[in-house]
Design a binder for this molecule. Structure first.
Ligand code: COA
Ligand code: ZN
Length: 322
């Protein structure tokens, strides 16, 4: 979302990297038991307290499709809005845009899939119908002064169709640019991205839609999520989505698992000399709170091991083995 237009390859050390926290949307949407609205708000506010400023706080979709996020308006009304915050929400259609504008979002993330089968399963229509519906949606958002990131799901592969050609992703990106989007967000819905497919998609978009911002949204399904971020950085991309504790997944995709984990990403970026504006200890505290609310272990790794220079008491055996 609101991806900056730095196109230096690779992104120079010291540059600001924008991290959009998507746990409250991508993470919560796949949770089977309803998370009390008050707890959702508490987690979002803890995430803001760590310094994160871009927050995908919920989605405005059919409550029958995603019952977990039926409380979208109440969540938005209850969360902090720290200075510089950018509150965004996922929307699938015009109705979602109307609700998001009514709830006072700063930006929206529209969603269409790069594969027909996933688009049908996710939003019950063809890719072209989705894009046609977006004409009225974008006009409404433009009048309301709400920024749009054009989301492209299954951008690196589809669990139903397999390979998604980079040209197809670039074609949709170009449609988004023509509709007025300043940026697109490439969603790796079921963790099929690899460094090679990331490079191909980013380069195809740069050729087809010059000047369009690009954000990357990876899932760590096959363990290469952070490697894909390194490829994104090498290609000049400065905007990444991530999810607290590594929560996440699409309920309408077979084999979906968690996003890349925000603490792990912040650790990697901070240690690589990039500027994230996020305090890792405070973020780990937010991940611990999320784990406590959900009542089960989350996949995040840095939340378990702590920062690199965490010091252990030599008198204790915990953490001092191997
Ligand atoms: N918010 C709330 N309700 C909505 C809505 C929205 N954005 N869009 C549609 N609806 C309601 C309609 O009012 C209608 O309600 P009714 O049956 O009470 O009259 C009902 O949903 C069906 O509307 P319709 O336009 O026929 O939609 P559909 O059944 O074809 O479903 C979507 C299309 C897009 C609404 C639905 O598939 C959806 O919400 N998908 C979300 C997918 C998602 O979040 N995936 C995870 C992220 S990738
Ligand atoms: Zn996702």
């Amino acid at each position: 979302m609101a991806a900056t237009a730095i196109n230096k390859h690779p992104v120079p050390e010291g540059a600001r990297i924008t991290i959009c926290e998507v746990g409250p949307r991508d993470g919560f949407q796949i949770e089977a038991s309803f998370i009390p609205t008050k707890k959702k708000i508490e987690i979002i506010n803890a995430l803001f307290a760590s310094g994160l400023r871009h927050m995908q706080a919920t989605s405005f979709v059919s409550p029958r499709a995603v019952p977990q996020l039926a409380d979208a308006e109440t969540v938005l009304a209850g969360i902090d809005r720290p200075e510089g915050s950018m509150i965004t929400a996922l929307i699938p259609n015009l109705r979602g845009a109307e609700r998001a504008v009514g709830a006072g979002v700063d930006a929206v993330h529209t969603v269409v899939s790069a594969s027909e089968t996933h688009n049908l399963k996710n939003v019950n229509r063809s890719i072209d119908t989705s894009l046609m519906d977006f004409e009225a949606t974008f006009a409404l958002l433009d009048r309301a002064g709400v920024a749009v990131e054009g989301g492209i799901a299954t951008a690196f592969g589809c669990p139903f169709e397999g390979v998604v050609p980079p040209e197809q992703v670039a074609r949709i990106a170009r449609r988004y640019q023509d509709l007025g989007a300043a940026s697109v967000g490439l969603g790796d819905t079921t963790g099929m991205a690899t460094p090679a497919t990331v490079r191909a998609a980013v380069q195809a978009i740069r050729a087809e839609a010059p000047g369009l911002g690009i954000g990357l949204h990876f899932h760590n399904t096959r363990g290469v999520g952070l490697a894909c971020v390194m490829t994104g950085l090498a290609e000049g991309v400065t905007h990444y989505d991530a999810s607290v504790g590594g929560l996440g997944g699409c309920p309408f995709a077979a084999g979906a698992t968690g996003n890349i984990c925000t603490e792990d990403l912040v650790y990697l970026l901070n240690e690589s000399g990039y500027d994230t504006g996020v305090d890792l200890d405070a973020l780990i505290a937010a991940a611990m709170l999320t784990q406590e609310v959900l009542g089960r272990d989350l996949p995040g790794q840095v939340m378990k091991s702590g920062p690199r220079l965490r010091r252990f008491d030599p008198g204790l055996t915990e953490g001092a083995t191997g």
